[in-house]
Design a protein around this ligand. Sequence first.
Ligand SMILES: *Cc1c(COP(=O)(O)O)cnc(C)c1O
Length: 379
Amino acid sequence: MKKKLIMTPGPTEIHETVRRAFLQPITNPDLDEDFYEFYLETCQRLKQIVDTKNDILILNGEGILGLEAACASLIEPGDRILCLDNGLFGQGFAHFVKIYGGEAVMLQFDYHRGIDVTKLEAFLEQDNRFKLATLVHCETPSGITNPVDTICPLLNAHGMMTVVDSVSALGGERLKTDEWKIDVLLGGSQKCLSAPPGLTLLSISQRAWTQIQNRETAIPGYYTNLAHWAGWYENKWFPYTQPISDIYGLRAAIDRWLEEEDPIQRHGLMARGVRQALLKAGLRLYPQDSFSNTVTTVMVPEEITFKTLFNEMKEEHHILIGGAFGYLKDQVFRIGHMGENCHEAKLYLTLKALNRVLNKYQVPLRGKLHHIFLQEIEI
Ligand SMILES: *Cc1c(COP(=O)(O)O)cnc(C)c1O
């Protein structure tokens, strides 16, 4: 495959040190106690990134495995689950709830905006008889980051647990897992941490563990059964052989993140630069507020189709940009500014190439995207 710059909202570019980490010799992760220490230390460093004292697990499968494992382990047949829905992932959470016998009650919000906390509050005043609520931190298809910092404490005050899909936000948006009362936080290796796809990360509160271990019905399934992980360190026992090379890679990515003074601030600055460049040049963004730090979703201008835009970027400029699925298919294109993608040089190249393609198809632009971008990030 030809080398391309992958500017999609995950997977992202991988740094050289992360790729090299995969070359390290392996050991037997079940039998070598050193690996248990390494795994624990990796989890402890992840705790710093998401600001928690809760347990962290790294599971062998990409982001979706975490969503399914949380639902499989926490939900029992007949449980009422509140699914907050302001986008495709929020809506999709309900599928997992239903697979495990939960009654998914959807609370829908404007798809162009962050979740409206006032509306949520009014709803909860009428009905708060839920075991837990599911929500999405960053709605990746629409480029919207939800105010998890106010939503989760509110849900908690109404007595329910919170399960937050932060796959596309973890590492790129501020996260205070404990202060915000997030019971289960879900992340992935391939988004803002910029390791390859293949691992899911979960933080699990004491309250969630208690629920998992005191169920009335058995957890259906093995791979998604988090109860098998209880005491893994003390007993020196993993439910299955750990993907040691993937974990080496993730560790290198985590260490890179922790070495930087303020990666979240960089995400904020670059995201703003990209947005301002697009807006000032006259393009339209999909979201109307709550713009994500990690992905920008742009309406495809009428002079060009998504397919042409994607192909021109790929064939002429060797850059991959994102599209979207569901109701957004062919309506929007997306630029990921996550982790290793979230640097001036890569975003400059992307916007310069985009500017060329849009010019070629006579999309009117007020100013050059890459020039405005540079001005905006200098402020
Ligand atoms: C990427 C992502 C996931 C994981 O799904 P993939 O199959 O890896 O794309 C889950 N939730 C959100 C919000 C994501 O952005």
